[in-house]
Design a protein around this ligand. Structure first.
Ligand SMILES: Nc1ncnc2c1ncn2[C@@H]1O[C@H](COP(=O)(O)OS(=O)(=O)O)[C@@H](OP(=O)(O)O)[C@H]1O
Length: 288
């Protein structure tokens, strides 16, 4: 995979202007702007509530613009934008995988699913990288299940920009997010629901009858891998921190997908190389 940084469609000055223009606009207006102005646009989603709102809004924009309500959405939408990228870490809850299927059927959306390099199943992953890698080396885990597959997807599909489901009210690293940003690889990230609260997304889902992860009915507010998503505790509303059930007890609030790609890759490769050298030394016959 080439690691050359691509030239973003927007200069820093463009970005400043665009963010000023889009500030305070509705998610639908931000999405319309993105569809009209951004090339190579896809949505990256783990089918969180926010991503589901965005998916529903995009479909409605497509319908509204074409004014033909009986043509399958897939054909209309395909004209307007790319499609969904789903990074299957192999450790998602079955409810999330079920929702991925329901969402792509409901919206006739074409799902591009990417898995860790060279493997298709948990068994293959664990045979190659060991059991519970998220405990023994969480950075390597993040790199293998999210960061590398995402870069592979972007390259293979020609993705230049992604719509994400991040919101400022999710706190931690997200409280100062801009609407449009460019990451270190030149990828444009658009965060259309940036100003919405958890209640706003929940209300939209209910009002528009949007499919959602069945775990929400069990009290989950944020859903990631099963091994890093704690089950809700009765009576705990965690209103201030909707992602408080993720990576509990660990100093971690992001999965790596929204961190610096080059730094993650370098750290992974250096560690990997060192591990290989140790393994080779062990294998070398005594005296060599
Ligand atoms: N597995 C996977 N595949 C594709 N895209 C993904 C994935 N995980 C995270 N994302 C993108 O990041 C958005 C925020 O997700 P989370 O709040 O769950 O946080 S985290 O990224 O896991 O740290 C998330 O928002 P949603 O669309 O609401 O799911 C996506 O835009």
């Amino acid at each position: 995979m080439s690691d050359t940084k691509t030239t973003p469609q927007f200069s820093p000055e463009d970005l400043q202007r665009i963010n000023a223009e889009l500030s305070g606009k509705s998610p639908q207006d931000i999405l319309k702007w993105a569809i009209d102005n951004v090339q190579g646009l896809y949505q990256t989603t783990a089918f969180g509530l926010t991503g589901m709102c965005a998916l529903d809004m995009i479909s409605k924009i497509s319908l509204e613009r074409n004014e033909i309500h009986l043509v399958p959405l897939v054909r209309l939408s395909r004209k307007a934008w790319g499609f969904d990228i789903f990074l299957d870490t192999l450790y998602h809850f079955k409810e999330t995988l079920q929702l991925a299927e329901t969402a792509s059927e409901t919206y006739l959306a074409e799902l591009h699913t990417y898995r860790p390099p060279g493997v298709q199943t948990v068994e293959e992953f664990e045979a190659k990288y060991g059991k519970e890698l998220w405990k023994t080396d969480e950075d390597a885990y993040d790199y293998l299940v999210k960061v590398e597959p995402a870069q592979r997807a972007y390259k293979e599909l020609g993705v230049k920009a992604v719509i994400t489901g991040r919101r400022r009210s999710q706190g931690a690293d997200r409280q100062d997010l801009p609407v449009v940003e460019v990451d270190s690889t030149g990828l444009i990230k658009i965060n259309p629901l940036i100003d919405w609260s958890f209640k706003d997304v929940r209300d939209y889902i209910d009002k528009e009858n949007v499919p959602y992860n069945a775990l929400l009915d069990q009290g989950y507010r944020s859903v990631g891998d099963w091994h890093s998503t704690a089950a809700p505790v009765e009576g705990d509303k965690s209103d201030g921190n909707e992602r408080g059930n993720r990576w509990q007890g660990r100093n971690k609030s992001e999965c790596g997908l929204h961190k610096d790609y080059f730094e993650m890759k370098k750290a992974f490769e250096e560690k990997h190389k060192a591990a290989e050298e140790v393994a080779m030394q062990k294998e070398a016959p005594v005296g060599v």
